[in-house]
Design a protein around this ligand. Structure first.
Ligand code: ASP
Length: 471
């Protein structure tokens, strides 16, 4: 057969013989003729097997949805009355000359032609490889790719470098429970999976990277909630020699450009993005994630805003998971720096509840899609934060000794941000939850129904790790 042509390009080959490959989308047997739609990653085309083409019509009678075919065919212009306006390949059809079956398919567990919202999600997740074939899911993952690529190119042009940081790391106090991994070589010791690359990215600033980013996987062992996943993706950044304005402006420029270049049908409500203080937001909207859309029925309206001036500390709530020993804990990030005029309050441990942090959150249509801060780059200031949180000197040394040393090694002032990338894509794609924009998500209960994980491990594996199961 000739070189394969992508389905989206077929109309350029009117009157010619071509070879396509893909999946049978739908099939309509009309007695003498068989109509079916073929699908590849680029689009759909209607195919027709005529009685005069013996090999083609015989094979076409056998084929079923989701079979994989090679097809030799003739690209024909459709008669005027059969043209479908506004549909890709609506003006052509492929007259099938030869069919080669590359693989058969069992009757699919569900329809992949519809949008899929009507199908039970457990079933969709169990057969995710089928579910992803539907047009809507293809668009979600393909647009996600476009956004990531755009971000990488944008940041590269702005002199950022992408650095991978470890997945096997150490427990850190960032607000959630860690996933832990037992070490075989060091029995009784554990790695933790990163909740975010926070410490590593700051250590990179101490290492002279100056401008870092990463498309980073983060893992948090939290009780499940609607749009939370045990693992999720951040667009993580850190920059040296910057203040709050620099980080916010760069991110605002990037967000605007993502929308303009990839979602040109969408409208940003207000540029520059409005800035709201935490206090104002709580008073006016009763939340720190205000939905400031002027028209909530418009699916193409994007209302971004920044929320700033959060309190640094709050009174400890003994019921949460944060490892706190004292009366105070951080509201966002223990590594943040207070606002300049509140630095003295931190160093003197005075009016702790009134200290404002440099934290900035970026909110889109009432969802927090990112947050960051300028960090404490002097070791004494970070030590004060831990003191206020009631950590003993030894605890600080044991858990954060490396951070204190790095800050004291000639670490430049720095700050950064991380976007909750799944949620951002969810909003751009107008999807109701983040599972729709993640190729292989877990269920609300943290299960991978397709792989059947979490799962048992063998006696041998347990033995190697010296782990005994309790009753
Ligand atoms: N590491 C922080 C987080 O995961 C974000 C940041 O401050 O850069 O929320």
């Amino acid at each position: 057969m000739k070189e394969r042509i992508y389905i989206k390009d077929l109309s350029q080959y009117a009157g010619q013989e071509v070879h396509i490959a893909g999946w049978v989308n739908v099939r309509r047997d009309q007695g003498k003729m068989v109509f079916f739609d073929m699908r590849d990653m680029t689009g759909y085309v209607q195919c027709v097997a005529l009685p005069s083409r013996e090999q083609a019509i015989e094979k076409a009678k056998d084929i079923r949805p989701e079979w994989v075919l090679n097809i030799k065919g003739l690209v024909n212009k459709r008669p005027e009355k059969n043209i479908k306006e506004g549909v890709v390949n609506g003006d052509i059809e492929l007259e099938v000359l030869e069919i080669e079956v590359l693989n058969k398919a069992e009757t699919p567990a569900f329809d992949v032609v519809s949008e899929g919202y009507e199908i039970g999600e457990e079933n969709r997740l169990k057969y995710r490889f089928l579910d992803l074939r539907r047009d809507r899911m293809q668009k979600n993952i393909r647009n996600r790719h476009k956004v990531v690529k755009f971000i990488r190119d944008f940041l590269d042009k702005k002199s950022f470098i992408e650095v991978e940081t470890p997945i096997l790391t150490k427990s850190t106090p960032e607000g959630a429970r860690d996933y832990v991994v037992p070490s075989r070589i060091w029995q009784g010791k554990f790695y933790a999976l990163p909740q975010s690359p926070q410490q590593y990215k700051q250590l990179l600033m101490a290492s002279g990277a100056e401008r870092y980013f990463q498309v980073a996987k983060c893992m948090r062992d939290e009780d499940t909630r609607g749009d939370r996943q045990p693992e999720f993706t951040q667009i993580d950044m850190e920059m040296s020699f910057v203040d709050r304005e620099d980080v916010m402006n760069l991110n605002e420029e990037l967000l605007i450009n993502v929308v303009k270049n990839i979602y040109s049908e969408k409208e940003i409500q207000e540029i520059p993005f409005p800035r709201i203080t935490y206090k104002e937001s709580m008073e006016k909207y009763g939340t720190d994630r205000p939905d400031i859309r002027k028209d909530k029925n418009n699916p193409n309206l994007l209302a971004f805003c920044w929320v700033v001036d959060f309190p640094f500390f709050e009174r400890t709530d003994k019921s949460d998971n944060v490892d706190t020993s004292g009366e105070w804990t951080f509201t966002h990030n223990p590594f943040s720096r207070p606002q300049d005029e509140h630095m003295a309050m931190l160093m003197d441990k005075k009016d702790i509840g009134d200290i404002l942090t440099t934290q900035y959150d970026i909110v889109l249509n009432g969802s927090e899609i990112g947050g960051g801060s300028i960090r404490n780059h002097e070791p004494e200031a970070l030590e004060k934060v831990f003191e206020i949180m009631g950590y003993e000197q030894e605890v600080v040394e044991k858990n954060f000794g490396h951070m204190i040393k790095a800050l004291g090694s000639g670490c430049p002032p720095h700050g950064g941000i991380a976007w909750g990338f799944d949620r951002f894509i969810m909003l751009l794609q107008n999807e109701p939850n983040i599972r729709e924009v993640i190729a292989f998500p877990k269920t609300g209960e943290g299960k991978d129904l397709m792989m059947d994980s979490p799962s048992d491990i063998s006696e041998k594996q347990l033995k190697e790790l010296n782990i005994k199961m309790g009753k």
